[in-house]
Design a protein around this ligand. Structure first.
Ligand code: FAD
Length: 403
């Protein structure tokens, strides 16, 4: 229910100008909401007097069933003058397809941007039944307020059952705001998503420092919303025969809604290095590498294989590598084709960040090390001795291939 406290309302009409549904009207010197109101909260958010209040009641089973469809926010990046979907978007569509099929509902890609949006047909080829194209000049670049405003309008207007976001810096920034504004739950950094026998989304994520995996359901409210880190799920193979259905969504967005402005962009020290998130080969070191200097051999092997060096939190804390190279729950989740773990015990907080790697080779001198439970190939031995030999072998193979 939406109520307006007329003692506080000044009649400034900000709510009228910012309602995405044209539901706030000004008549006889008073603002009021008409039947188009979806309780999206945009009006309450812009009201500087705090005069608008929204109360939402717990939904019944019948009301919950009215929410349909699995929606995926499609994060984009700038590429050659265009705005194209990021890899994480395809990964979420891959999982989203599975969830939508289990529910017997539609998989919808929601993409926000300006006229430069491109490669949208790939979203359909990789799973989406429908693409909602939300275009506005103020969505040319990411802003917390702008994206929250538009996503709230889409969700409140269309009532999806599930909404998924990438747990990227932007996804982590605005997904909680959307949830707070619409009074929804949000499970962050899910490592697993499934549908239970009641058709609820089961959101699995590490809890209590990673020592247990919690399964979270949302029995009384819709949509069920979650963020998922890049590299947790796999994208589907593109099927160009799939139909491409693009729906233009009218966007009402006013500059007054966006409280921030990008004044300058600065390249940080880490930029330019290949990120571990995107790497196809990772050679990761743990405390068993004994000292920072020994990591150079790991780096050499990584470079020979066209990959990058990474490591555990233990060696980040030792100051051997920066936090940007930390794999795991409080670092980055990776999903390379090859992950070589050297002197890593295999603590759960590390494993959740690398277990979706396609092939895992672990080298550890303790035959009981937990990392071997996750590895495809287990090498019991001294990593400090094995790595230089491995390096020479790769070098010799490369020379042989080049000869
Ligand atoms: P250790 O556990 O000390 O293991 C060293 C291993 O090296 C041992 O198995 C040993 O047998 C082996 N070894 C020793 N010498 C050799 C040798 N010469 N050759 C081969 N093997 C050798 N950790 C992360 O990595 N990433 C995270 O994001 C992360 N987040 C965390 C979040 C929370 C809330 C908490 C509580 C912990 C987190 N941790 C994280 C820490 C995690 O619990 C472990 O402490 C850490 O992963 C251990 O790192 P390690 O394997 O390098 O060291």
């Amino acid at each position: 229910m939406l109520t307006i406290n007329y003692e506080d309302c000044t009649g400034c009409k900000l709510c009228v100008n910012n309602c995405p549904f044209g539901a706030m009207i000004y008549s006889d010197g008073r603002v009021m909401a008409n039947e188009l109101c979806t309780l999206c909260g945009a009006c309450a958010n812009v009201c500087r007097q705090g005069a608008i209040h929204i109360e939402r009641k717990q939904a019944s089973k019948e009301e919950l069933a009215a929410y349909r469809g699995v929606y995926v926010w499609i994060e984009t990046e700038e590429l050659e003058g265009g705005l194209v979907p990021r890899r994480v978007a395809y990964e979420l569509l891959g999982k989203g397809r599975d969830l939508a099929d289990q529910l017997g509902q539609e998989l919808v890609a929601v993409v926000l941007g300006d006229e430069r949006l491109g490669q949208l047909e790939r979203l359909a080829h990789q799973g989406a039944d429908r693409i909602l194209r939300c275009v506005h000049p103020l969505l040319a670049e990411y802003s917390t307020d702008g994206f929250t405003h538009v996503m709230c309008a889409v969700i409140a207007g269309r009532k999806p059952a599930v909404v998924l976001y990438g747990a990227t810096p932007h996804g982590r920034d605005f997904a909680p705001r959307v949830a707070a504004r619409l009074k929804l739950g949000l499970t962050a950094d899910c490592t697993g998503l499934a549908i239970d026998e009641e058709g609820q989304l089961v959101q699995t994520r590490p809890a209590f420092g990673g020592n247990i995996m919690a399964s979270i359901v949302t029995p009384y409210n819709r949509p069920q919303t979650a963020t998922v880190r890049p590299n947790v799920f796999s994208a589907l193979k593109a099927d160009p025969r799939r139909a491409v259905v693009v729906e233009e969504v009218p966007v009402t967005l006013n500059r007054a809604v966006i409280r921030t402005k990008v004044v300058e962009r600065e390249v940080t020290a880490g930029d330019g290095e290949e990120s571990i998130e995107e790497a196809r080969v990772i050679v990761a070191g743990g405390r068993g590498c004994q000292k920072a200097a020994n990591l150079e051999t790991l780096r050499d092997v990584a470079v020979q294989l066209g990959g990058v060096l990474a490591g555990t939190r233990a060696i980040v804390e030792q100051g051997w590598i920066p936090h940007t190279l930390q794999v795991g729950q409080s670092g980055t989740t990776v999903g390379p084709d090859l992950y070589i773990a050297v002197g890593i015990s295999g603590a759960i907080q590390h494993v959740v960040g690398m277990s979706s790697s396609k092939t895992i080779i672990a080298i550890n001198k303790d035959p009981e090390a937990p990392i071997f439970k996750t590895a495809d190939l287990s090498v019991v031995g001294d990593g400090i001795e094995i790595l230089p030999i491995l390096n020479q072998m790769i070098q010799a193979e490369k020379e042989k291939a080049a000869a």
